[in-house]
Design a protein around this ligand. Structure first.
Ligand SMILES: NC(=O)c1ccc[n+]([C@@H]2O[C@H](COP(=O)([O-])OP(=O)(O)OC[C@H]3O[C@@H](n4cnc5c(N)ncnc54)[C@H](O)[C@@H]3O)[C@@H](O)[C@H]2O)c1
Length: 338
């Protein structure tokens, strides 16, 4: 039984810990730390874990009760626990992003390369989503010919808080498209460009400027546009369409009950992202458990993927300043990730 130490006890931690306790097999939670002790205590109570909160990140990582470390704290706090766990050979699953700065992300890649083995998996879970997997398979089977261009939509009904920032559109939403487009197109990125569309006058968050249109260009010339809207009003929706030389492949509409009522026939759309990727969250975690518990290296999204996504997201933020195209050059991909 793989023993996890969990850092951070907020929204996504509840999703993963609930899965570990109730839906997955081969692992258990043996240590918990949150900077806010009561969040850790609540989680221990909720899942009846029968443990005391760890007093610090160091105590949790160094505990003899912990084989592997799960990093679910906020975006800019991932680097320290990842590097500390790596230093004592404990595999890490970290939620996205790997790090918020390109420098820190590269520092993590360098540390893993120095170890000479893959020990980190990053929570870019869309690659585990059965619908994305089918889309990828369709492209890889050559069913639509060489992919030429594409279109994604990442919509949320409203900002989650009045504090939602312009940069969050890139760092929390667009990163997911960055993580899958190069995977779908089997190529690296050449450039990124992000422009503001006409402002949505119903937006309530003072620090948020949107909608945004992001363009990723791949080295082979393919171009993919992503429409990012945090004020869709109608619901949470993710779309992806890939146009090839001989056909088109796209994600299906998500199944939901069709209602016949009041002279209309309609399907409902969820307001939140959780349900849409429920299966992907479970599959990514079971895969991590299956590899690490048998002494194998994790094969999910790697630290290198995490680094390239952070690199691209930071260049996307640079582009937002004036809408210019920013070239992307990630440097040499280490052999460990080939
Ligand atoms: N893969 C996905 O689709 C997905 C979805 C949601 C969140 N996330 C990622 O998961 C992470 C957590 O997001 P969330 O929505 O759960 O946030 P949240 O605000 O609900 O929870 C974060 C928790 O981390 C704790 N924390 C903050 N700093 C800490 C530190 N230095 N050490 C220990 N604990 C600390 C907070 O007290 C809080 O309990 C973020 O990096 C986010 O980007 C990923």
């Amino acid at each position: 039984m793989l023993r996890f130490g969990v850092i951070g006890c907020g929204y996504i931690s509840h999703v993963h810990v609930n899965d570990i306790v109730n839906n997955l097999h081969g692992a258990k939670v043996t240590a918990i730390y949150d900077i806010n002790k009561s969040a850790a205590e609540q989680m221990i109570d909720e899942f009846d874990l029968g443990i005391e909160p760890s007093k610090s990140i160091d105590e949790l990582i160094n505990s003899s009760e912990v084989d592997s470390v799960l990093v679910f704290s906020k975006n800019d706090t991932h680097t320290e626990p990842i590097l500390k766990a790596l230093a004592i050979d404990k595999p890490v699953f970290t939620e996205k992003p790997l790090a918020t700065t390109t420098e820190e992300a590269k520092q993590i890649v360098d540390a893993e390369v120095k170890k000479g083995k893959r020990m980190i998996q990053v929570g870019y879970m869309r690659r585990y989503d059965p619908y994305y997997q089918e889309l990828k398979q369709t492209i890889d089977n050559g069913e639509i010919g060489t992919p030429l261009m594409g279109y994604c939509r990442h919509f949320a009904p409203a900002p989650t808080t009045n504090d939602f920032q312009t940069s969050d559109v890139i760092n929390d939403s667009f990163v997911h498209e960055i993580s899958v487009v190069s995977w779908l197109f089997n190529d690296d990125y050449k450039s990124v460009q992000v422009q503001y569309a006409r402002p949505n006058s119903t937006n309530t968050a003072a620090g948020l400027k949107e909608p945004q249109v992001a363009t990723l260009k791949l080295k082979n010339g393919a171009i993919v546009n992503t429409y990012l809207d945090i004020n869709s009003h109608y619901g949470y929706e993710v779309k992806c369409q890939v146009i090839g030389e001989t056909g088109i492949a796209e994600l299906p509409d998500m199944p939901s009950t069709r209602v016949h009522k009041d002279e209309k026939i309609y399907n409902s759309v969820p307001l939140e992202s959780g349900g849409r990727f429920e299966k992907a969250f479970q599959l990514e975690f079971q895969d991590f458990i299956d590899h690490v518990s048998t002494g194998k290296e994790p094969t999910g999204p790697s630290a290198w993927t995490g680094y390239t996504v952070t690199f691209t997201a930071n260049k996307a933020l640079e582009s937002l300043k004036n809408g210019q195209i920013v070239d992307l050059e990630f440097g040499q991909k280490p052999d460990l990730y080939k």
